[in-house]
Design a protein around this ligand. Structure first.
Ligand SMILES: Nc1ncnc2c1ncn2[C@@H]1O[C@H](COP(=O)(O)OP(=O)(O)OP(=O)(O)O)[C@@H](O)[C@H]1O
Length: 272
């Protein structure tokens, strides 16, 4: 994949389909203007990184895309279909799956059952299906379980599949969250700090699994990540947010060395 310096689209890029487009997205929390109208276009098949100092609006952007905090101004498109204003479950049905900054698994359930929850948006319970349970509903259930098994194999979770999620290490819990998102067969996968709290080995595993999922499933990925070594090694392009504004965008290495980006991070650490 070829990108011009500064994120200007090449001819090849211009011909590619835009998977996610955010236009002038604004979000206020009371008097706090958390997102001040950034635009964003992510191409189909891209791994796109979202970086920036703490509190710069990255998670808020993800929440506007996934419908948790709809934008109060601006628009969001998924493959040219406007999705802002739809509730989160409808956006999930349209093909957006996400993981959370703080792991959000169902405590008390096993790894397998947590991943099965990801199939929920594809389940179609109906009176007819219930009447014909033995051949129709059962057939559906077998198909859902087969999908889950594929994901378990892809992310190498066989050894912990029957463990309650509460007892496995954080690195594995984050992998289970990724598995649950993949089980939904998304068109756009949104990862909010997938490596947070991980040691170096866990991080390397996670990078490998994200790359495998990207390649095997042909996914488009939007990823918030603070680890710059991860961002520069797996993202095709990045956008940098500061104080609710997009201050830079382009190939990872050049962009994070942009003087405006360096200044934003220094300003943030001075303020802290
Ligand atoms: N639900 C909310 N209620 C009130 N304020 C919020 C809410 N969510 C986010 N904010 C505020 O919006 C601003 C942007 O927060 P956001 O979580 O989007 O930043 P971030 O870039 O993801 O930060 P971090 O890297 O620390 O996760 C912050 O000032 C935050 O306190």
């Amino acid at each position: 994949m070829q990108y011009k310096e500064g994120g200007v689209a090449t001819t090849a890029e211009a011909a590619r389909r835009v998977a996610l487009r955010c236009e002038n997205v604004n979000r206020w929390f009371g008097g706090l203007h958390a997102l001040k109208g950034p635009d964003l276009a992510i191409f189909q098949g891209e791994i796109f990184g979202l970086v920036g100092p703490n509190g710069s609006g990255k998670t808020t952007l993800v929440n506007t895309v996934t419908g948790f905090y709809p934008p109060q101004k601006g628009r969001v498109f998924l493959f040219d279909e406007q999705i802002n204003g739809l509730p989160p479950y409808r956006i999930a049905q349209k093909g957006v799956a996400r993981t959370f900054q703080n792991v959000a698994l169902f405590r008390g359930l096993t790894v397998l059952d947590n991943i099965l929850v990801g199939r929920h948006i594809h389940m179609r319970p109906s009176a007819l299906a219930t009447l014909g349970y033995w051949w129709w509903a059962k057939k559906e259930e077998v198909a859902h379980r087969a999908k889950v098994e594929d994901v378990i194999n892809l992310l190498q979770l066989e050894d912990v599949r029957d463990e309650p999620v509460d007892v496995i290490p954080l690195g594995l819990q984050k992998r289970v969250e990724l598995a649950r998102a993949l089980a939904a067969e998304p068109r756009l996968l949104v990862l909010d700090e997938p490596m947070a709290g991980m040691n170096q080995e866990e991080k390397e595993y996670m990078v490998r699994f994200i790359l495998d999922a990207h390649e095997d499933l042909g996914l488009t990925i939007l990823m918030i990540e603070h680890h710059m070594d991860v961002v520069t090694s797996i993202c095709h392009r990045v956008a940098v947010f500061n104080d609710g504004v997009k201050i830079a965008e382009g190939p990872p290495r050049e962009t994070i060395n942009d003087p405006a980006v360096v200044a934003a991070y220094i300003g943030a650490s001075d303020a802290a």
